[in-house]
Write a protein that binds this ligand. Structure first.
Ligand SMILES: NC(=O)C1=CN([C@@H]2O[C@H](COP(=O)(O)OP(=O)(O)OC[C@H]3O[C@@H](n4cnc5c(N)ncnc54)[C@H](OP(=O)(O)O)[C@@H]3O)[C@@H](O)[C@H]2O)[C@@H](O)CC1
Ligand SMILES: Nc1ncnc2c1ncn2[C@@H]1O[C@H](COP(=O)(O)OP(=O)(O)O)[C@@H](O)[C@H]1O
Length: 546
């Protein structure tokens, strides 16, 4: 039986948190198993999983696997070993699997297995191959890679990681092999999600090779889009490999359908049957009134940037609040009320359950003084608060040293800098570690560092957005592509969404910030599923409520 809340939230999209590790973490987890002599078994599991995925891909592409041509590009390490074992399995399924050794040496046992399965070595990459398997280099990649040229029409599948992509940062060193699919072992690697790695790895598939208990605390969690299938009860169940694979698709044109668990319980589960945390927006209680639901106070807009006020207020209303009240110069506030008549103009934030401070304030000194006063009020009363755009300039070493802040803005505060704003903050706070992480585009290190320095939750915005809280909780990553968001004003929309969630959801600021980022990008994807980018920020408001 559904509770009233469950029935309200039944069709609400949820965002499961999938753990990710750096390549080094995965290698460290493998080490005890290798030391115990289980390396060969690990490799067998990896290569069997790889072959199984290749068979599925061939089946989908050609309608059958028998007689398909697969050419494996083989390197000198275990990545090449995985490739050779997989080619041997494919041969036993009737696939014409061949290998090109790109280095003078290779994994000898795997080569023997390949030859025993009837595999032939060749020196050229066939033009007509149905599928190219990239097994040149994986997590052992060092220096720079020189990618061979490949036939245009073949599907490319990467073994563990596209060759040339850094397993931690996703940076391409030299040139890399661009894959249509990547079959990765033991757990998702950060390099598949960050930087260029995301575009080079195509559709992601994971293979459990039994690292389980040896895996450390993840480097982060990636938020994935999950749409419940209408008409069924309970939440979503990610119980099958296909379900997990669907979750891990990163192409804007993909439609996601997740297999549903037939059982009750409602929690999404991973392959091991463990519950996966899911971020999900909750609607108002039946007995809510506007004040109990949550008032959002927005200090936004200025004569120079009146539109920012409209965007953040509009986003808050479409996300859902008990009441939105705007604090702005008369003409700006009037324009907001004309556009959104349900908005209340108010200079008092007493009833506020949350605040948004910053969008469109510009460098207006009077507005910034009001922003500072409101920030103090938020700190004093621990009222959740989003600090965005020029309000981020309030954060100085002097402000943090103030007795009222005691070195920390507090976990109820959410900072939403893009990388340029974060770089300025890093310089103002004089922190070299943060400056270096940003300069090297190590967003997964930069966001937690800024959270640590300010004591606030940080949303480091960009094509990949990282949400980090002060303390031990791992950062959350949002990597679903929404390139159309690269347009003026979408940050104002995001600030309004997060503010509305802070005002209405009984969750931490970290949770609300991450959910807000996911809802923002999901709105862009609904509006622009192919990523053409033909919309302005205000168009997001019309689809936020869906
Ligand atoms: N560990 C395990 O138990 C398991 C690991 N597994 C698998 O093993 C992979 C890691 O294997 P790994 O450690 O052998 O490293 P790997 O990615 O093959 O690269 C090292 C080799 O590449 C070479 N090489 C380096 N840089 C290069 C470059 N720029 N350009 C060209 N070549 C370059 C370097 O040779 P060198 O250049 O030094 O002669 C060295 O021999 C991992 O990704 C997963 O697929 C799974 O089977 C599960 C069990
Ligand atoms: N290439 C991109 N892909 C996905 N999201 C993007 C991309 N570029 C920008 N964004 C998102 O768009 C928003 C832009 O925010 P911001 O730079 O503050 O814009 P503005 O100040 O103009 O409102 C952020 O949420 C950011 O994550």
């Amino acid at each position: 039986m559904l509770t009233q809340r469950d029935s309200q939230n039944r069709d609400e999209p949820g965002y499961p948190l999938i753990p990710v590790w750096t390549g080094e973490q995965i290698r460290a987890a493998e080490k005890p198993l290798l030391d115990a002599g289980e390396g060969e078994a690990l490799m067998r599991r990896a290569s069997w999983g790889l072959a199984a995925h290749i068979l599925q891909i061939l089946q989908a592409q050609r309608g059958s696997v028998y007689g398909a041509t697969v050419v494996g590009l083989i390197g000198s390490g275990n990545n090449g070993g995985d490739g050779l074992y997989a080619l041997a399995s494919l041969r036993r399924r009737g696939v014409d699997a061949r290998a090109v050794l790109l280095r003078p040496t290779c994994h000898t046992q795997a080569l023997t297995a390949f030859c025993q399965a009837g595999g032939q070595l060749q020196t050229t990459i066939d033009d007509g191959a149905d599928l190219i398997l990239d097994a040149v280099v994986g997590t052992g990649f060092s220096g720079s890679f020189d990618a061979p040229s490949l036939p245009q029409d073949s599907v490319v599948v990467a073994c563990d990681l596209p060759s040339g992509v850094d397993a931690e940062t996703g940076a391409v060193r030299g040139t890399a092999i661009r894959a249509d699919h990547t079959v990765t072992f033991g757990g998702l690697k950060t390099g598949l999600l960050l930087g260029q790695g995301r575009a080079f790895s195509g559709v992601l598939h994971t293979v459990d090779i039994g690292l389980g208990a040896h895996l450390p605390e993840p480097a982060g969690y990636v938020m994935s889009e999950l749409v419940d299938i209408p008409g069924t009860t309970g939440g979503a169940g990610i119980t099958t490999q296909a379900g997990v694979d669907n979750l891990l698709r990163f192409r804007p044109r993909d439609t996601r359908r997740i297999d549903h668990s037939s059982g009750s319980g409602g929690a999404a589960r991973n392959l091991a049957g463990e519950a996966v945390p899911v971020l999900r927006r909750r609607g108002p209680d039946a007995d809510a009134h506007k004040y109990s639901r949550g008032v959002l106070h927005l200090l936004v807009g200025s004569p120079r940037y009146p539109g920012a006020a409209q965007l953040s207020v509009g986003a808050a209303l479409a996300t859902g609040v008990g009441m939105a009240q705007v604090q702005a110069p008369d003409a700006v506030a009037q324009a907001v009320v004309n556009h959104w008549p349900e908005t209340v103009a108010s200079d008092q934030a007493e009833r506020a359950a949350a605040m948004v401070i910053g969008p469109g304030l510009g460098d207006d000194s009077q507005r910034l003084a009001q922003a500072e006063a409101l920030l103090q009020q938020s700190r004093r009363n621990a009222v959740p608060c989003v600090l965005d755009a020029s309000a981020l300039e309030l954060i100085t070493p002097e402000l943090l040293a103030d007795a009222g802040y005691a070195g920390s803005l507090g976990k109820h505060t959410v900072l939403t800098p893009h990388t340029g704003e974060a770089q300025k903050l890093a310089e103002r706070l004089g922190d070299l570690q943060l400056q270096d992480a940003l300069a090297e585009q190590k967003v997964l290190a930069a966001a937690p560092r800024l959270a640590q320095l300010t004591g606030a939750v940080v949303v480091l915005k960009g094509p990949v957005t990282v949400i980090a809280a002060p303390g031990d909780e791992p950062p959350l990553l949002h990597t679903e592509p929404a390139p159309g968001l690269a347009t003026a004003g979408t940050g104002d929309v995001l600030a309004g969404i997060i503010g509305a969630l802070l005002a209405t959801q009984e969750e931490s600021a970290r949770y609300c910030a991450a959910l807000g980022v996911a809802l923002h990008a999901a709105a862009a994807r609904r509006l622009d599923p192919r990523g053409h980018g033909r919309f302005g920020a205000s168009a997001l408001l019309g689809v936020l409520a869906d």
